[in-house]
Design a protein around this ligand. Structure first.
Ligand code: ZN
Ligand code: ZN
Length: 231
């Protein structure tokens, strides 16, 4: 199954304003993807409309969010159950410092309806750290039947390797996000205990043209096993 489980909508201030639900799903279809997840920074506010549009256009969809921990590590969290995803969203809201977004500096945080019309915007700045550590975030995610991915593990900013220097063996995560095979080999060499983990290639697209078709399928057996454990 061809997937891209890390795409930003225009609700993320750093993403392009044309990252609307229809544009994202149509671009994913053009790229031959079968399942996507939009992971906006620290909010699941766009998830219901994303899922509705994906369903209408016959695209697989998983609820997602990219959380920035107090250590400034990015984790993508995925959910299959909408109510549980919203429970996690409420918890995130309680842990997000109430700093207003400066649109001129950070960009728009637009919310869309199922016709790509802007119906509002998030007033609190989404591009900041929540007040919880990676361990607590992972624990809460699992309580809400979610699964946890170490986002862009080899990126030069906000990855677990830039922030901590290594992957802690006692951290309860489920997937590792990479950009290519070289990154996988490098991370594996650094952490020989990583054997059964699921690796996934995502675009972390902030612009429509960043959504791309990857050559490898996700390991569906491992993916389904993660959900059997989570649900
Ligand atoms: Zn990130
Ligand atoms: Zn991202």
């Amino acid at each position: 199954m061809r997937v891209d489980l890390h795409i930003h909508s225009a609700l993320s201030p750093c993403a392009s304003d044309d990252m609307t639900p229809h544009n994202i799903v149509n671009m994913a279809k053009l790229c031959g993807l079968e399942m996507i997840s939009v992971c906006d920074h620290n909010t699941l506010g766009q998830q219901r409309m994303m899922a509705e549009v994906a369903q209408k256009l016959n695209m697989g969809y998983i609820f997602g969010v990219e959380v920035q921990s107090i250590e400034e590590v990015h984790l993508c969290i995925y959910f299959k159950n909408y109510e549980k995803a919203m429970e996690f969203d409420s918890w995130l809201k309680m842990n997000l410092p109430s700093i207003s977004n400066d649109v001129r500096y950070f960009g728009n945080q637009w919310l869309f309806d199922d016709k790509d019309e802007v119906i509002g915007s998030e007033e609190i700045l989404l591009l900041q750290s929540v007040t919880q550590s990676i361990d607590v975030i992972a624990q809460k995610a699992h309580q809400c039947q979610g699964i946890v991915s170490l986002a862009h593990v080899c990126d030069k900013a906000n990855s677990i390797l830039t922030q901590l220097g290594f992957i802690p063996q006692n951290l309860e995560f489920d997937l590792i996000e990479i950009k290519n095979q070289d990154q996988k080999e490098w991370v594996q060499k650094m952490h020989p205990w990583l054997k059964e983990v699921l690796w996934v290639r995502n675009s972390d697209a902030h612009y429509l043209q960043d959504i791309d078709l990857f050559e490898e399928d996700i390991d569906e057996e491992k993916w389904e096993a993660l959900w059997r454990k989570a649900l």
